[in-house]
Ligand binder design. Structure first.
Ligand SMILES: Cc1cc2nc3c(=O)[nH]c(=O)nc-3n(C[C@H](O)[C@H](O)[C@H](O)COP(=O)(O)O)c2cc1C
Length: 346
């Protein structure tokens, strides 16, 4: 199945995507940058993903989908799986633990013509990990080997993986990383925390370095990046080929242009809010698009520490024009706003 056509022109005149030389490649696919938006269920669907790509993220991972859903109710997955030609390279991520079902699901996902199929070995949620999928797979090396061997042998697109460091009582990251490579995995993203750490605590950069040193396929480091200094530190210590950014990018998608959040003037924030909301409404429809955008708006406005009542008022608007007017008024009032200085007398 072909990706759906894009309603909104891709190359937004407001922010041309920088053209860069490939920084690394996997399975012969060039990756034109070191920074990559992390797959995040509920966040990294097309509107936010495409925005981050315009700002400099160099790969697109879809939100994960369950093998059972791919096989039994694919019609519910459309929003998660749609991508645009201009986003390539695109990796569709799937989780499961039954080699036969995973192969069947991956073959169906392959019909959508992604650049790779990515296997999730990182999800810590008990309903997934407890059933042996996600990070649960990191406890079963033989099964992991079989899954990768099976998929790599049958798919015509590359197979890649995203892992964690394992479980506190079973930090098998080196073994699992090697198994993935030996059984045909072509790219490895590593969330440098254990299952029990979930999304908290500093990433283990030394463990990332160990993995990078013991593999020949490219390795992407992930975990805890909030600033450009964090990116530099992860690259320096680990030697990873790329850095994947999750929650830090929801707060600051400009990080993909190597900019910290405090470097972004309010009028640029407004620009991105307009663009992001527009893409969300194009993708989900006017009403749902605004509702699904609210959680992003809350993150964009977080640094301004708005009074709770104003924040609530703003984030409960149902009329997009009214919402944007309120955002604009709010951003005009924040200190250091260029709106204020350009309007101020003299
Ligand atoms: C809301 C949310 C949803 C996530 N969904 C996925 C997912 O679908 N697939 C995946 O591999 N990781 C998922 N993750 C994990 C992120 O990709 C990433 O590994 C994690 O957030 C650590 O990176 P960070 O510290 O930069 O946020 C999710 C994380 C969050 C917070």
């Amino acid at each position: 199945m072909r990706p759906a056509p894009c309603a909104r022109p891709w190359t937004a005149p407001w922010y041309p995507r920088p053209m860069t030389e490939p920084r690394f490649s996997f399975a012969g696919i060039p990756v034109r940058g070191r920074l990559i938006l992390a797959p995040m269920d509920g966040y990294s669907s097309w509107p936010f993903r495409s925005l981050c790509r315009d700002l400099g993220s160099s790969l697109s991972y879809t939100e994960f989908v369950r093998t059972g859903d791919v096989l039994e109710r694919p019609e519910f997955l459309e929003d998660k799986l749609v991508f645009r030609e201009e986003e390539r390279p695109v990796l569709i991520q799937v989780y499961g633990n039954d080699p036969r079902d995973m192969l069947e699901a991956a073959l169906r996902l392959q019909e959508r013509e992604p650049d790779a199929i990515d296997i999730n070995l990182g999800c810590p949620t008990s309903s997934i990990a407890g059933r042996g999928a996600g990070v649960g797979l990191m406890r079963t090396p033989l099964l992991t080997a079989r899954i990768f061997r099976t998929l790599a042998g049958r798919l015509s697109v590359p197979v890649t993986a995203k892992i964690r460091l394992g479980w506190e009582d079973c930090r098998k990251y080196l073994l699992i990383a090697r198994i993935i490579e030996e059984n045909g995995g072509q790219l490895l993203a590593v969330h440098a925390r254990t299952k029990e750490q979930r999304h908290h605590g500093p990433p283990d950069l030394e463990a990332l370095a160990e993995i990078k040193d013991s593999l020949t396929i490219p390795v992407i480091g992930n975990g805890g990046i909030q600033t450009t200094a964090d990116i530099r530190e992860m690259l320096r210590v680990s030697g990873c080929d790329g850095v994947m950014i999750g929650r830090g990018a929801v707060r600051n998608p400009w990080i993909f242009s190597w900019l910290d959040r405090d470097e972004i003037p309010p009028e640029q924030v407004l620009d991105v809010i307009r663009e992001h909301l527009g893409r969300s409404q194009d993708f989900y429809g006017p009403k749902r698009g605004l509702i699904l955008f609210r959680k992003h708006a809350a993150r964009y406005l977080e640094p301004y520490q708005l009074p709770a009542s104003r924040r609530r008022h703003l984030l409960t608007r149902t009329d997009p024009e009214q919402f944007l007017t309120l955002v604009e008024e709010t951003l005009k009032q924040v200190p250091d706003s260029p709106f204020l200085s350009s309007n101020s007398p003299g």
